[in-house]
Ligand binder design. Structure first.
Ligand code: PEP
Ligand code: MG
Length: 764
C-alpha cells in the first residue's frame, strides 16, 4: 500500500474505480470478440456502480449514436436503437461533450423515449462522453430506477471509466467497433470556417499550445508511477517559481496577482492529493492529470462567476504544463526548432503578437476557433501573406500535430488529413491562383482608371519593413496605412529612439519616392504590448487606446514623432492619428508635434520638408461634427473596421457578432456618403483603409459613393484594379444614389446584380 500524504482513508470512489480498472484490464487482456468485450464491460460497470442499467452508445460518421452494448435495457435494442445527432439526453451529452446527470430523466424536455429499449422505468440517468483527445466517440450511460442525482464521485468514476473505454476503442482492443469510429482522428475531415486572410495553403499541423495526448492510461507499477508524478510536480513548481522571478515579470503590477494565484494553484495540496489518489487507483501519472482535470472542471463549470472561470483556465494551463513535464517537453514548439517546413498553425485563439512569434518563412496558414475578419490577428495574417481561417469550430480537438491540412481561405474550408484526390485538386487550385496572380502582375504598371476615365488611387497597407517589397510587386501607388504598432508588438521592450528612427527611415527609402502614411501607435483593444502596463478594462475596444494613450502618455507619442521627424528629414512626412473621437483632440496632438519640431530645430536637426497631419475616421460621433473635424486635418483615412464596429455596436473580434451586420446596407453607406461629400467640400483628401477597401463589391460601392482612394492588403490590389478597369463609375454612382433613396432594401444583392449586368469584375 502506498502512503497517502494527506488522507489515509481510501475514498469510496477510489475503491470502485480501482475495481473497475482491474476488471477492465482483465477484459482487455483476455481474448474474445469486440462485442463480447463491450458486453462484459457494461456488465462490469453496472455491477460495481450498483446501476440498473449500463449502456455504451458509439458515434457513427453522420453524428448519430448507436446502442452498441447494454446491461439492463432490452438486449434486442442493441444495434437497432439509433439517436440522431443531438437527440435526447444521450445525444446532448455527445454533441456538447458534457456530462448529463438527471434524477428525473424521462420528464426532462430533451428526453427521447425509445419503446424498444423498455427504459421508461428508469428515472435517473448519468451520461458521460467517451472521448479521446477531445473528440467524442460515444457515450457511456448508467441508469437507475430510483430518482437520484448521482454523486460527484459517481461522475468521476464514470468519467475515468469512459476514458479507458475510449483508449481501448481507438487502440483497436475492442475490435469490431471500427464502423462506429469512422470519424476518429485518423480520417479525412472537412471543417467550415470564415476566411480571415484570403489564400490557399497546404502544410502540416502545428498546434499552438500543443496538447499532450495521453496514450497510456493504466499503470502496471503504481509505486514507480507515484515517483514520476512527484518528480514532475517538483519540476513544475520550480519552473513556475522561476517564471515568476523572471525580470520582465518581477515588477509590481496586476500580472503579479495573477501569477501569485497561479503559483498557489500549482502548490495546492488538494490538487496534489487528488492526483496521487488517481495514481493509486491504477492510472498512469498522465491519465491522473487528465482525470483530475476533467473532474475538477466539471465542478468548476457549475460555478458561473469569472473567478471560477479564471481558476479553470489556470487549472487547464497547469495540467497541460504538467503533462509536458511528464513527457519531457516543457518547452513548447514556438521556439522554431523542430517546426515542419510548411506550418499550418492551429489554435483555439491567438493574439496578433503570438502569431508573430512563429518563424514566418515556415508559416503557411493559420486556423483558429474564434476570430473574425476584422480582428487584429487577421490583419497580421494578411500582412504576413498567410492564409487564415477563423471560427473553425472544434478544430483543436480534431487534429493531432503533424496532420496534413489544407486551408481554403477563399471558400472558408479546412481539409484535415485530405485524400490524394483533394490534395491534387488543391495543388491545381494553387497553380491556378498563381497564374491569376501573374495576370494581376501584368497589370502592375497600369494605372487604375475606370472605363469612364476616373483615376482611383490604390494604396497598400503595411506594418513591417518586409512588407515594403510588395509595393513594387503589387504596383500600389503608395502606402496608405503603415501600422507602426506591429513593430512594437514584435519587440521585447519598447523600441528606443534610434531603432524607431532607423526603421522609419528604411521604410521611406524602400518606398522610393512613393507616399507613406505612418499611423501613430494604435495600441489597446486587442493589440497589446507585453512590456507596457495597461490597465485591465471591461471594454478595451472602447477604452484607453490609440490617441487616448498618446495624449495621456505624451512621452511615448513624442518619442515616436521625434523618430518620424528625424527619419523624414528633408522629405515629406505624413502622420496619421488613430481613433480620434473629438475635433479638439487634434489641437492637442498638433501642439505635441510642434513641441518636437522645436526640440529638433534647437538641437540642429533638419526637419521634413513638409509635415501633413491626418486622422483616422473611426468614431461615428465625428459624423456630427464634420466641419470642425475636417478643418483641423490635412487628410483623412476611414478605418472602416473600427467605424463599423462602433456604428453597429458589434465587437469586431467577437465571432458571434462581427459579421452579423452588413456594411453594404443603407445606414453605413449613407454615413460614408455624408463623409465623402463633406471631405470634398473641405478639399480634404480622403481614403479608406479598412478591410472594405479590399473586397471588390465593397470597393465598387465606395467608388460609386464618390471615394477616389483606397488602401488595402497588397494581395487585393490586383483584384481591385481588375474591378476598376471594368467599371463605369458614373453609372455606378447613379445606381447607388437610386438604391439609397427611400426604403433601400437588399442593397448587397442589387449591387451584385448591377455588377453582373454591367460586366464589372467582382470575383477577384
Ligand atoms: C480600421 O479600423 O479600419 C483600421 C484600418 O485600423 P485597424 O484595423 O488597425 O484598427
Ligand atoms: Mg482601427
Amino acid at each position: 500500500m502506498i502512503a497517502r500524504p494527506n488522507d489515509p482513508r481510501p475514498l469510496p470512489s477510489e475503491t470502485s474505480l480501482r475495481v473497475i480498472m482491474r476488471g477492465l484490464r482483465e477484459i482487455m487482456s483476455e481474448g474474445g470478440e469486440g462485442q463480447d468485450k463491450l458486453d462484459r464491460i457494461v456488465r462490469q460497470i453496472a455491477g460495481v456502480m450498483v446501476a440498473d442499467v449500463c449502456s455504451i452508445y458509439l458515434k457513427r460518421q453522420d453524428g448519430s449514436l448507436e446502442l452498441f452494448a447494454t446491461e439492463g435495457l432490452n438486449p434486442s435494442a442493441v444495434h437497432k436503437t439509433r439517436m440522431k445527432r443531438g437527440e435526447g439526453l444521450v445525444g446532448r451529452c455527445s454533441e456538447l461533450g458534457v456530462t448529463v446527470n438527471e434524477p428525473e430523466a424521462s420528464s426532462h424536455p430533451a428526453f427521447s423515449y425509445r419503446p424498444e429499449t423498455s427504459e421508461e422505468i428508469y428515472h435517473s440517468l448519468l451520461a458521460v462522453p467517451i472521448s479521446r483527445s477531445g473528440q467524442v466517440l460515444g457515450v457511456l450511460v448508467i441508469q437507475n430506477r430510483m430518482s437520484k442525482e448521482y454523486s460527484d464521485e459517481d461522475v468521476e468514476v464514470l468519467q475515468a471509466t469512459a476514458m479507458v473505454v475510449a483508449e481501448n476503442l481507438v487502440s483497436g482492443a475492442v475490435a469490431g467497433t471500427g464502423a462506429a469510429l469512422e470519424g476518429s482522428l485518423s480520417q479525412p475531415m472537412a471543417i467550415e470556417g470564415e476566411p480571415l486572410s484570403e489564400g490557399i495553403a497546404l502544410g502540416h499541423v502545428v498546434l499552438h499550445e500543443p496538447r499532450i495526448v495521453v496514450t497510456h492510461l493504466l499503470s502496471d507499477n503504481p509505486v514507480a508511477e507515484m515517483d514520476r508524478l512527484d518528480t514532475a510536480l517538483t519540476k513544475l513548481q520550480a519552473n513556475i517559481d522561476e517564471m515568476f522571478e523572471h525580470e520582465h515579470l518581477s515588477a509590481v503590477g496586476e500580472h503579479r496577482d495573477v501569477l501569485e494565484a497561479y503559483r498557489m494553484f500549482a502548490h495546492d495540496k488538494g490538487w496534489h492529493r487528488r492526483l496521487r489518489e488517481a495514481v493509486e487507483g491504477g492510472l498512469t501519472a498522465e491519465a491522473a492529470v487528465e482525470r483530475v482535470q476533467n473532474a475538477m472542471r466539471t465542478r468548476m463549470l457549475k460555478q458561473h462567476d469569472t473567478y471560477w472561470k479564471e481558476r479553470q483556465r489556470d487549472l487547464d494551463d497547469l495540467s497541460d504544463r504538467l503533462l509536458r513535464v511528464l513527457a519531457g517537453r516543457l518547452k513548447s514548439s514556438e521556439d522554431g526548432s523542430g517546426l515542419p517546413s510548411e506550418v499550418i498553425l492551429v489554435a483555439r485563439t491567438m493574439g496578433p503578437a503570438e502569431l508573430l512569434d512563429y518563424d514566418r518563412s515556415r508559416l503557411r496558414g493559420l486556423i483558429v476557433e474564434d476570430g473574425s475578419s476584422q480582428s487584429h490577428v487577421a490583419v497580421v495574417a494578411k500582412a504576413l501573406g498567410i492564409a487564415a481561417i477563423g471560427q473553425a469550430a472544434g478544430i483543436v480537438d480534431r487534429v493531432v500535430a503533424g496532420d496534413a491540412a489544407i486551408i481554403d481561405a477563399v471558400a472558408g474550408e479546412v481539409h484535415l488529413r485530405p485524400t490524394n484526390e483533394v490534395i491534387a485538386a488543391y495543388s491545381d487550385k494553387v497553380r491556378f491562383r498563381a497564374r491569376k496572380q501573374k495576370r494581376y502582375q501584368s497589370l502592375r504598371g497600369r494605372p487604375a482608371v475606370t472605363k469612364d476615365g476616373i483615376r482611383i488611387s490604390l494604396l497598400m497597407n503595411a506594418g513591417l519593413l518586409v512588407d515594403m517589397s510588395h509595393l513594387t510587386e503589387s504596383g500600389a501607388d503608395g502606402v496608405g496605412l503603415y501600422r507602426t504598432e506591429l513593430q512594437f508588438m514584435l519587440s521585447d521592450s519598447f523600441p528606443r529612439l534610434d531603432r524607431q528612427t532607423q526603421l522609419y527611415r528604411s521604410v521611406i527609402e524602400e518606398a522610393q519616392g512613393k507616399t507613406v502614411v505612418f499611423r501613430s501607435l494604435d495600441i489597446g483593444g486587442d493589440k497589446v504590448l507585453p512590456y507596457l502596463r495597461q490597465p485591465k478594462e471591461e471594454n478595451p475596444a472602447l477604452g484607453w487606446r490609440a490617441i487616448r494613450m498618446s495624449l495621456d502618455r505624451p512621452e511615448l507619442f513624442r518619442l515616436q514623432i521625434r523618430a518620424l521627424l528625424k527619419a523624414a528629414a528633408g522629405r515629406e512626412l505624413r502622420v496619421m492619428i488613430p481613433m480620434v473621437s473629438a475635433s479638439y483632440e487634434l489641437g492637442a496632438i498638433r501642439a505635441l508635434i510642434e513641441k518636437e519640431k522645436t526640440f529638433l530645430t534647437t538641437h540642429g536637426h533638419q526637419l521634413p520638408s513638409n509635415i501633413l497631419v491626418g486622422a483616422m475616421f473611426e468614431v461615428p460621433a465625428l459624423l456630427f461634427d464634420l466641419d470642425a473635424f475636417l478643418s483641423r486635418v490635412d487628410f483623412v483615412s476611414i478605418g472602416s473596421n473600427d467605424l463599423m464596429q462602433f456604428m453597429f455596436a458589434a465587437d469586431r473580434t467577437n465571432a458571434r457578432v462581427a459579421s452579423r451586420f452588413d456594411v453594404l446596407t443603407a445606414a453605413p453607406l449613407r454615413a460614408l456618403r455624408m463623409l465623402i461629400k463633406a471631405a470634398k467640400k473641405h478639399k480634404v483628401p480622403l481614403t479608406l483603409c479598412g478591410e472594405m477597401a479590399g473586397s471588390p463589391l465593397e470597393a465598387m460601392s465606395l467608388i460609386a459613393l464618390g471615394l477616389r482612394s483606397l488602401s488595402m492588403a497588397p494581395a487585393s490590389i490586383g483584384p481591385i484594379k481588375t474591378m476598376i478597369l471594368s467599371l463605369d463609375a458614373e453609372k455606378a454612382t447613379a445606381y447607388v444614389e437610386e438604391l439609397l433613396k427611400g426604403d433601400a432594401k437588399d442593397i448587397r444583392m442589387s449591387l451584385q446584380q448591377f455588377a453582373e449586368n454591367e460586366g464589372v469584375a467582382i470575383d477577384g
